[in-house]
Design a protein around this ligand. Structure first.
Ligand SMILES: Nc1nc2c(ncn2[C@@H]2O[C@H](COP(=O)(O)OP(=O)(O)OP(=O)(O)O)[C@@H](O)[C@H]2O)c(=O)[nH]1
Length: 313
């Protein structure tokens, strides 16, 4: 992180990454925010929801909106996704258009470029992703081809910038943040530092579970409950239109008696906690989930720094 330069105005605003399925948008979002926020997968079109991550730097605050892949609508769902994307695009300050370094520019990329050209003029930065997968020579060729696409579709100079980046190798990730941020308005920070940055999705998921688990028993276990989201994973073998996320969560209490309170007679209370929390999480993520809750005793976790670290405090 660089020192804040007194001459540089502080900027804050919104940016979005677009690109065809598998272009590397989620992985780059995660790399930019520094935590896992979106759900990545080798399968196309896994990102169906607008998940925000915030990049805090001394000079700017970049609020990143991760959209579903902007793709040619084949189904009604596809059309809805495209509407959602178009809505998001009109609200951001800059747009990062992801094109993988290791694949020739195709009709899908052109389709997106043409959609972007129809928007009121916005700073569009081409991000040539996954540079670690190609040789220097191939990368150079791709950068030239992408710049040419920009001039062809947008006219004039084409893209505002063309930036090569590898999210997995952490090559130029910071540059991407600075370039996107350079087009945001001068503004104070829009969110307090720290908000939504610590794995926003899992933190919010954990909070919903904690709320549900403490309901009615707050007096008995006020601070003795830690909720850790171990994993959020897409269920294999589901159709694109009907995804299911497996959410694995551990609830840590300090004493066996507290474990009994959480679980309830014959597990009845834990089932209630689960269905209540599931409702909220499904609303948050906009997709169906299978919630797997485990209650564990971690003795004196509040007093043990090692345990606290493990529990994410
Ligand atoms: N080697 C390498 N692989 C990458 C990089 N970025 C993404 N990938 C891989 O490319 C695949 C797609 O990446 P995602 O980030 O899920 O792509 P996406 O554009 O969000 O895809 P959709 O959700 O389908 O729109 C995954 O298997 C990633 O691991 C990179 O910088 N280098």
């Amino acid at each position: 992180m660089t020192e804040k330069n007194a001459d540089t105005p502080y900027r804050a605003g919104f940016a979005v990454l677009v690109g065809r399925p598998n272009a590397g948008k989620s992985t780059l979002t995660n790399a930019l925010v520094g935590h896992k926020v979106a759900i990545t997968s080798a399968k196309p079109q896994t990102t169906r929801h607008t998940i925000r991550g915030i990049v805090h730097r001394p000079d700017f605050q970049l609020i990143l909106v991760d959209t579903p892949g902007l793709h040619r609508p084949r189904t009604l769902l596809g059309q809805r996704l495209n509407d959602l994307v178009a809505g998001t695009l009109s609200e951001v300050d800059s747009i990062g258009f992801c094109l993988p370094a290791n694949e020739k520019i195709g009709p899908g990329d052109r389709f997106i470029a043409n959609q972007l050209a129809n928007l009121p003029r916005k700073p569009i930065i081409a991000l040539v992703t996954k540079t670690d997968l190609v040789s220097k020579a191939a990368l150079t060729e791709q950068l030239i081809a992408v710049a040419a696409l920009g001039r062809e579709v947008f006219g004039g100079e084409g893209f505002y910038d063309v930036v090569p980046v590898s999210a997995t190798e952490d090559f130029q990730v910071d540059t991407v943040a600075s370039v996107l941020a350079s087009h945001m308005p001068e503004s104070p920070a829009l969110y307090p530092e720290g908000e939504l940055t610590d794995e926003p999705v899992s933190v919010m998921v954990a909070e919903l579970i904690r709320e549900a688990a403490l309901e009615g028993v707050r007096d008995e276990l006020p601070h003795s409950l830690a909720v850790v989201v171990e994993e959020i994973q897409e269920r294999e073998g589901r159709s694109v239109d009907n995804p299911l996320l497996d959410v694995h969560v551990n609830l840590y209490v300090e004493r066996p008696s507290q474990k009994a309170i959480i679980i309830g007679r014959g597990g009845s209370r834990l089932r209630e906690v689960g269905s209540k929390a599931r409702e909220g999480i499904e609303k948050l993520l906009g997709t169906r989930i299978y919630l797997d809750l485990h209650v564990k005793v971690a003795k004196d976790w509040q007093r043990d720094p090692k345990q606290l670290g493990k529990l994410g405090f």
